[in-house]
Design a protein around this ligand. Structure first.
Ligand SMILES: Cc1ncc(C[n+]2csc(CCOP(=O)(O)OP(=O)(O)O)c2C)c(N)n1
Ligand SMILES: [Mg+2]
Length: 284
């Protein structure tokens, strides 16, 4: 099984490498989603390098935790993480969105080791995750289900059907992580279709709620640990993130939802990330 990395500094360095890979891949592909992919780098690092039980050398290991990515358009961060943790060679990352590549613009189950479900049509992932968690619970298995969802997905009816079902079956083995970055394709969530008060809504549906900074790897790890100790309720961890995190000229801007960096922008982004890498290395 994959050895868990526990040192925070090492995890922050991995998140930095993943951001670099995301920039290179998206620049090379010339299409894809930058904001969400960069915003989720710390969460993906924490999950694959510390939180979930899995084995890159045996992707089908029956006892693995299942990680479902529902908002499939942020798959550059999934692909970069899977390659960095050892599921496939990093050289494949540069084939993103190319004809015949296993790294399509949305994840394709079966095309690549480590991909649990195909996704792209939004708000379906939670239903799949709930189904898997019901199986694990009814068969008394130890494996947990983690599901990453976006805030834009909360606007869809299917999400709330799955939310009700998870509460009905008291799915304590289900941890859902929401990328609360406040943006969606056309603007800010609160302008397009307000979600607040989102915590009250999940509480009313019978879920355990945690809210944290989605860029603090230690807090991400602690929140997932807390969710494991809640046996009778599913957990929603609302992770507050910054879209485009790490590259100041991309941060908070909805236009980067589905835009890729030009040559100059990619070069500038790489400079910024190498500078951040030095800062992490110099931290005591
Ligand atoms: C069912 C469905 N409707 C519409 C789309 C088109 N679409 C792709 S991404 C997106 C925005 C969703 O918001 P969010 O996931 O919060 O975006 P992000 O934070 O990554 O910018 C939309 C509407 C889709 N993929 N699936
Ligand atoms: Mg969003």
């Amino acid at each position: 099984m994959h050895t868990k990395i526990t040192k925070l500094k090492q995890l922050n360095l991995i998140a930095n490498t993943i951001r670099q890979d995301v920039i290179k891949m998206l620049h090379e592909a010339k299409s894809g989603h930058s904001a969400g992919s960069l915003g989720l780098a710390d969460i993906f690092t924490a999950l694959y390098f510390n939180i979930i039980y899995h084995d890159p050398n045996n992707p089908q290991w029956e006892g693995r935790d299942r990680l479902i990515l529902s908002n499939g358009h942020v798959c550059p961060v999934l692909y970069a993480t899977l390659a960095n943790v050892g599921y496939f060679p990093k050289t494949e990352l540069m084939t993103l969105r190319k004809l015949g590549s296993a790294l399509q613009g949305h994840p394709h189950k079966g095309a690549l080791p480590g991909i649990e479900t195909s996704s792209g049509p939004l708000a379906q992932g939670l239903s799949q995750a709930v189904g898997m968690a019901i199986v694990s619970k009814s068969e008394k298995k130890k494996w947990r289900v983690y599901c990453i969802v976006s805030d834009g997905e909360q606007q869809e009816g299917q999400n709330w059907e799955a939310v009700m079902l998870a509460a009905k079956y008291k799915l304590g083995n289900l941890t859902v992580i929401m990328d609360r970055n406040n943006i969606q394709i056309d603007g800010f969530t609160e302008e397009i279709m307000p979600l607040e008060p989102i915590v009250d809504k999940y509480k009313a549906f019978g879920w355990h709620i945690i809210q944290i900074d989605g860029h603090n790897i230690q807090k991400i790890i602690d929140a997932c640990e807390e969710s494991k100790a809640v046996y009778e309720k599913p957990t929603m961890i609302i992770m507050h993130t910054i879209p485009g995190r790490g590259i100041p000229f991309m941060e908070f801007l909805t236009e980067w939802h589905g835009k890729t960096p030009s040559k100059e922008e990619a070069e500038k982004a790489m400079e910024i990330l190498l500078e951040s890498k030095k800062e992490i290395e110099n931290e005591v």
